[in-house]
Design a binder for this molecule. Structure first.
Ligand code: PYR
Length: 318
């Protein structure tokens, strides 16, 4: 029993010694406890939306700082990937006065909204920078579609840093900056985007819906929405290849990352980090330890040649 407890607490390596980081997705401050208890090796997606959704006003820099400092401290030097505000799409804010859109998922959401509203964005970025001294902060921009968005977001981040340090506020100097890959265009041009960032994380929920043009909330097309579709897996592979070539970290934080039946294929596609709901971590860690990375790569290569998600799942079962 003691050995089992020790194994649960240990970091995950494949049978042939390749490190696969198993991180937690966190959607509220209450999630921190289970993530720590289940030995998450870090946080791969801290969704900041709850701070905005649970508030009746734009959360202040101080309110945000408290939340970010809390999660950074709880993870004690382990990486904590905090995603900047991802509103729009299916997430509305009463006090934000977002215009009604015909196609909100193709509309003014996430980084697009933040770049157009620099006051909102800078408040969040300053709260993040101030909190950075409490741990190992990685900042992640959502819904990136092109290079100029990354450059504009980084320029605002730098502006915030200058303003804070100019006023004598301490900011960590080793903050990593990355992007989510959830728009097909970003996956296809991942080699270009990789030059501007320290890490990339694939959001398979949005990437799947955009790749297959199937709204994940629409029952009539739910049968088309399948993250195991080889078209999605090929985009994952392109992203991993680009990241590995550029020598940066590549992870996954969509629901696919917590599907233990997919772990071997995901490792075979070249991911370094899988971020999931904390409840899935123990099982995924166990699975990682059984994997031989050469066999996983062969399995992934086979999956990429199949016709649909059902064939991919049949391959896994066999
Ligand atoms: C996605 O998979 O789209 C996320 O935002 C996690």
């Amino acid at each position: 029993r003691e050995a089992a407890l020790k194994e649960a607490a240990a970091d995950a390596y494949t049978a042939d010694g390749k490190r696969i980081q198993t991180f937690a997705n966190i959607g509220s401050l209450n999630d921190i406890e289970l993530a720590v208890k289940n030995h998450a090796e870090g946080v791969g997606l801290f969704r900041t939306e709850f701070l905005y959704l649970e508030s009746d006003h734009w959360p202040t820099e101080e309110e945000q700082y408290q939340a970010y400092a809390k999660v950074l401290s709880a993870f004690n030097g382990r990486p904590v990937v905090i995603r900047t505000l991802d509103i729009g799409g299916d997430k509305d804010l009463p006090y934000a006065d977002l215009p009604k859109e015909e196609n909100p998922f193709l509309g003014h959401r996430a980084i697009r909204y933040c770049l157009a509203n620099p006051d909102v964005f800078k408040t969040q970025l300053k709260a993040l920078l101030r909190a950075s001294v409490h741990g190992n902060l990685w900042i992640m921009f959502p819904m990136i579609e092109n290079l100029s968005e990354i450059r504009a977001a980084k320029a605002l981040l730098e502006e915030c840093r200058q303003e804070l340090t100019g006023a004598g506020t301490e900011v960590a100097d080793d903050i990593k900056v990355g992007i989510m890959i959830e728009v097909p265009a970003a996956a296809v041009t991942a080699d270009l985007l990789a030059k501007e960032v320290d890490f990339m994380s694939i959001g398979t929920n949005d990437l799947t819906q955009y790749t297959l043009a199937a709204d994940r909330g629409n029952e009539q097309v739910a049968h088309l929405y399948d993250a195991a579709h080889p078209a999605v897996l090929r985009l994952v592979k392109m992203t991993c290849d680009a990241a590995n070539k550029a020598g940066i970290l590549v992870g996954m934080c969509g629901e696919l990352a917590g599907d233990v039946t997919m772990t071997e294929i995901l490792v075979g596609l070249g991911l370094h980090e899988l971020s999931m709901s904390a409840s899935a971590i123990p099982e995924v860690k166990q699975r990682v330890r059984l994997i031989d990375s050469a066999k996983a790569k062969a399995l992934a290569d086979k999956a990429l040649q199949l016709e649909d998600g059902d064939q991919v799942r049949a391959l896994i079962r066999s």
